[in-house]
Design a protein around this ligand. Structure first.
Ligand code: IMP
Ligand code: MG
Length: 184
């Protein structure tokens, strides 16, 4: 444990090694899911939390993919999205007839991903699926489940591997629970 940031968490929920293994499995799921699709699959990452997950995932994929990104407003601090989210940055290309895979960092209530999926469906893609790095399965408030979840986690506020608290800690190589003294 050489990195100083290990001292800021009370618990490591998912280690770097477990993450690597989980993402390898996820990449195999994607390769298999789209094996009969002959054009590139469009991965749409929801910024900013998707970055480490999407980065590691894409390098393990064997199928052809294209990348796009969206920024969706959701929440500040330890509060998840409440009510209606909003698209702050939309994707740049036309998705009509494309096979789309939405890539999320975490699904909590599900409000954010439900909003995004409804917006994209209006644009008539050939198909749309969701993969998420983390899921708080017990917190769902909408009738929508991801097609693939790397890790289901309990209802704890976590940081690391893309997940932030007030924009910090996204760079941590593991998923952990921030010590109370660092919450304000
Ligand atoms: P949802 O709309 O409630 O599903 O919330 C999804 C968004 O809330 C995610 O994209 C994250 O940005 C954020 N979020 C939910 N839980 C956590 C957490 O434990 N740590 C950091 N961000 C979280
Ligand atoms: Mg997010």
């Amino acid at each position: 444990m050489k990195k100083s940031y290990y001292s800021k968490v009370s618990e490591i929920l998912i280690s770097k090694e477990e993450i690597n293994e989980g993402i390898s499995k996820a990449s195999k799921w994607i390769d298999n899911e789209y094996k009969d699709v002959n054009e590139p699959v469009l991965l749409i990452g929801i910024l900013k939390g998707c970055i480490p997950f999407l980065g590691q995932l894409t390098t393990k994929l064997e199928i052809d993919v294209e990348l796009e990104f969206m920024i969706v407003s959701s929440f500040k601090g330890t509060q998840s999205a409440i009510g209606m989210p909003e698209i702050i940055k939309d994707i740049d290309s036309d998705v009509k007839g494309k096979h789309i895979l939405l890539v999320e960092d975490i699904i909590d209530s599900g409000y954010t991903i439900k909003y995004v999926i409804d917006k994209i469906k209006e644009r008539q893609p050939a198909s749309i699926k969701i993969i998420t790095f983390l899921s708080k399965d017990g917190n769902r408030k909408v009738d929508l489940e991801p097609n693939y979840t790397c890790f289901s986690i309990p209802d704890k506020f976590i940081i690391g591997f893309g997940l932030d608290y007030k924009e910090k800690y996204r760079n941590y190589e593991f998923v952990g629970v921030l010590k109370k003294e660092f919450l304000d």
